[in-house]
Design a binder for this molecule. Structure first.
Ligand code: NAD
Ligand code: MG
Length: 385
């Protein structure tokens, strides 16, 4: 029986993963090793009981008692804290969904890769802050990383068997998020609630706000470089408000292959679950006649300075990705916490990049997890409001 684990099971991606496992036969068809979550103990316990997991882990040590109570009599082990997450990742699984939000997903992801199998990677932050480390861990563990971000799943599918030699460029699309059509002068007053709505996708709050600021797309540009080994100048962003085309791969012979689908993450998660085969998924069929038209715009880097920063980060290399991600996470915390304005996030990230680069340069690719975590801490300190 195929062994599966889901890190961040209680989140938006994780819950879609649990839903797909259930539809594909649940505990009769899969052996669930580990499910992890945060503060939503009731949801985590319910999922762990349903899928008859070996172990359920909350990220918060203080919630261990609550989790034990919620799992009483179920036969599911309870565990808590960052170290318990790593121990859960050490239990061999054939398929692991990495769906924790933020750099907190890096250590469990690296640990899972060392056990082999497939790592279905939604946690883009780990590729942005430590792409080379992930690739090395996959190679050493004989593991395969599959993309779960919709755009990267789309690139992966559009590439098919083509080698990169035949690829001229890759375009990832962006809906434009909550403020796509706002007058620029209104952005400074944007509230957290306004930034937490998305025109097309239902997602966790952090990535939804990152969509409004385009930090999500900036992260995805770096993710595409790290995942596929593209040059920075080969990666383009196209604003496409309908979110039907997820990515396009342009070839040297003038042909372009696009990937289309309804904006539903169960396609990308399910593709990674069924790979290398394809199987039916509960995704609405595409009705282009009903849609009538698809529209496109060039991205505006005045409205979305994060896109410019992504290019600078790729050019700088070394630890710049880890600094970029951590500064972005801190700026986002400060925006959500009401300490800074929406429009202050990008300048904060830019100042953090400048300050840390001026101090020591961005050095070489990360040697180990500890180096990444060190730069992550320094960047958060520098970026904090
Ligand atoms: P979410 O906020 O809905 O869920 C996050 C999950 O991570 C929850 O289970 C939460 O308990 C857990 N978590 C949060 N902080 C943690 C910590 N410090 N330690 C351990 N666990 C922690 O987020 P989401 O929208 O599901 O996104 C998850 C990941 O997938 C992110 O990296 C995001 O960028 C990526 N992603 C999401 C979508 C989407 O549609 N939601 C699409 C593409 C990529
Ligand atoms: Mg995406």
């Amino acid at each position: 029986m195929r062994r599966i684990s889901i890190f961040g099971a209680t989140g938006s991606i994780g819950a879609n993963g649990v839903d797909l496992i259930r539809r594909a036969g649940g505990p009769g068809a899969f052996h669930t090793v580990a499910l992890t979550g945060g503060r939503n103990i009731a949801r985590l316990a319910r999922m762990a009981r349903d899928l008859r997991a070996e172990v359920a882990v909350t990220a918060h040590p203080g919630l261990l008692g609550d989790l034990r109570d919620a799992l009483a009599g179920s036969g599911v082990e309870a565990a808590a804290g960052p170290q318990a997450l790593i121990e859960a990742a050490r239990r061999p699984s054939d398929w692991v969904l990495s769906a924790i939000v933020g750099a907190a997903g890096l250590a469990p992801g690296l640990t899972a890769l060392a056990q082999g199998g497939v790592l279905a990677l939604a946690n883009k932050e780990s590729l942005v802050c430590a792409g080379p480390l992930l690739r090395r861990a996959a190679q050493a563990g004989g593991a395969t990383i599959l993309p779960v971000d919709s755009e990267h799943s789309a690139i992966f599918q559009a590439l098919g068997q083509d080698d990169l030699e035949s690829v001229k460029d890759v375009t990832i699309t962006a809906s434009g998020g909550a403020f796509r059509d706002w007058p620029l002068e209104r952005l400074a007053a944007a509230t957290v609630a306004e930034a937490s709505t998305h025109p097309n996708w239902a997602m966790g709050q952090r990535i939804t706000i990152d969509s409004a600021s385009m930090f999500n797309k900036a992260m995805e540009v770096i993710e595409a470089k790290e995942f596929f080994g593209l040059r920075p100048d080969q990666i383009r962003v196209l604003v496409h408000p309908e979110s039907i085309i997820h990515a396009l791969v342009g070839h040297v012979d003038g042909g372009t292959i696009a990937h289309l689908g309804a904006p539903d993450m169960r396609h990308a998660i399910g593709f990674a679950l069924n790979w290398p085969r394809r199987a039916p998924l509960p995704v609405a069929p595409l009705d282009l006649a009903a849609l009538g038209s698809l529209t496109f715009r060039a991205p505006d880097e005045i409205r979305w300075p994060a896109l410019r920063l992504a290019r600078e980060v790729m050019t700088a290399g070394g630890m710049a990705g880890a600094v970029f991600n951590a500064a972005k996470e801190q700026a986002l915390d400060d925006f959500i916490g009401g300490r800074i304005r929406f429009t202050a996030m990008a300048p904060r990230v830019e100042m953090t990049l400048e300050a840390l680069s001026a101090r020591a340069g961005f050095g070489d690719d990360p040697a180990d997890l500890e180096t990444v975590l060190h730069w992550d801490r320094e960047a958060r300190k520098e970026a904090a409001a």
